[in-house]
Design a binder for this molecule. Structure first.
Ligand code: HEC
Ligand code: HEC
Length: 373
């Protein structure tokens, strides 16, 4: 019997990326992707009619809301976290900074009903629109063969996820040099910086690079001393209060995005495991020069600030107290100024051509472009 290759596997991934994992129950089709694209940009799925997924994941800003520190949803309400990019999220085993959502399909339902994001009370208004807007009725019928009451959030979420799986980007100068063998694709400083990344900086132990591709994330959770250092003394009380609130049935998605201190609990808020206190998902570093500011709370303005943070052993500013749950992999690095410059030059080579203009604009306007609290 002839085995038909799934749509996405038939296309080679961009240089530097592995084949795209596609769930068996949500195959990619051009019509589904176009539908997801439309849903992703539809502001009617918010209580004010003004916020869509793309408000905070804007293509022109490498699918983030850079330079905002933390995202702005309906009525300019701000949540507690910085918007990560959607680029290459199709490869991640878990979604959100704390991994509280398992898949792109599952993730897509949450922002619509989060009070500081799209602000709906429940998903009924979304269903009312997709079941009655003639263009949506036609598209959902064509793509999923459903209409009326049979059209559920499942299909809305599947279409959005299918679109997000097309938001992949590789082929950066680093990829052309390291995987493509193009000797002049990056500067000598960036080449030296890659050695710092692998050796003295020990970045690669979490931001992984494989033989034939690099996602720059192990998909795991680590406490690297961001945010949590500041609430160190309060951890026992916060942890207990959070567990009690969970026992009463609070919605974790709402709690971590609306309460700054709960946000700092990181992966602990999901797993209740003290070992994961203040741990967050290792970020991809692809297109990092286009998405300042950095970290789950947007607290570090520039790539140099990030490298300084690691060089200080997981504290900003230098010599501030460290929290008890810091990852064993984080300790002072004693990098020289030249190594720091080279490491930053390397990070700047991870920008895909699609987002080079955004990286350049952000760089030209300098750290001042990034808001302070
Ligand atoms: C108000 C701004 C805002 C809106 C609107 C918004 N997001 Fe997000 N998005 C965020 C923030 C902030 C996070 C990180 C939250 C966290 O990790 O707790 C995030 C995380 C994500 C992630 C996880 C990425 C990763 O690396 O873990 C995906 C995927 C995503 N959003 C897609 C969407 C989709 C799809 C929509 C529309 C249905 C949407 N977002 C609407 C701000 C927003
Ligand atoms: C122990 C694992 C670990 C090591 C080692 C590590 N990182 Fe990270 N990195 C993380 C985690 C986890 C985050 C997200 C943390 C947060 O937001 O609280 C992160 C975030 C980042 C970010 C910000 C990403 C964003 O989108 O905001 C950059 C840039 C970064 N790391 C670069 C580096 C560099 C450069 C090194 C080496 C000097 C390094 N990392 C070493 C785990 C690690």
């Amino acid at each position: 019997m002839l085995i038909v290759a799934p749509f996405a596997a038939a296309q080679a991934p961009p240089l530097g990326l592995p084949p795209l994992p596609i769930p068996a129950d949500n195959p990619q089709t051009p019509a589904k992707i176009a539908l997801g694209d439309k849903l992703f940009h539809d502001t009617r799925f918010s209580s004010t009619g003004k916020v869509s997924c793309s408000t905070c994941h804007d293509k022109a800003k490498a699918f983030t809301d850079s330079p905002l520190v933390t995202s702005e949803g309906i009525d300019k309400l701000t949540g507690s976290r910085n918007a990560p990019t959607v680029i290459n999220s199709a490869y991640f085993p878990m979604m959100f900074w704390d991994g509280r959502s398992p898949t792109l399909e599952d993730q897509a339902q949450h922002p619509m009903i989060n009070p500081v994001e799209m602000g709906l009370k429940d998903h009924q208004p979304v269903l009312a629109i997709v079941r009655s807007d003639p263009a949506y009725v036609k598209a959902f019928k064509e793509v999923f063969g459903v209409e009326g009451d049979k059209l559920a959030m499942t299909q809305v979420q599947q279409a959005i996820a299918a679109f997000e799986r097309t938001v992949v980007a590789g082929n950066s100068p680093f990829d052309r040099w390291h995987f493509g063998g193009e000797a002049n694709a990056v500067s000598d400083a960036a080449k030296r910086g890659f050695t710092v990344f692998l050796e003295n900086g020990r970045c690669v132990s979490c931001h992984t690079v494989e033989q034939n591709f690099a996602l720059f994330t192990d998909g795991r959770f680590h406490n690297i001393g961001v945010g949590i250092n500041g609430v160190q003394a309060d951890i026992p009380r916060l942890a207990q209060a959070f567990l009690q609130a969970k026992g009463r049935g609070i919605d974790v998605d709402k709690a971590v995005l609306t309460d700054k201190k709960s946000s700092e609990l990181g992966r602990f808020a999901v797993t209740d495991t003290l070992d994961e206190m203040g741990s967050f998902k290792t970020s991809t570093l692809r297109n990092i020069a286009a998405t300042a500011p950095y970290m789950h709370d947007g607290s570090l303005k520039t790539l140099r600030d990030v490298v300084d943070h690691y060089n200080n052993g997981g504290v900003t500013p230098k010599d501030a107290p460290v929290n008890d749950y810091l990852s064993g992999g984080i300790r002072p690095l004693n990098l020289t100024n030249e190594e720091i410059d080279d490491l930053v030059a390397f990070l700047e080579t991870l920008t895909s051509p699609e987002f080079a203009a955004q990286a350049k604009a952000l760089n030209a306007s300098g750290p001042k472009a990034v808001q302070t609290r």
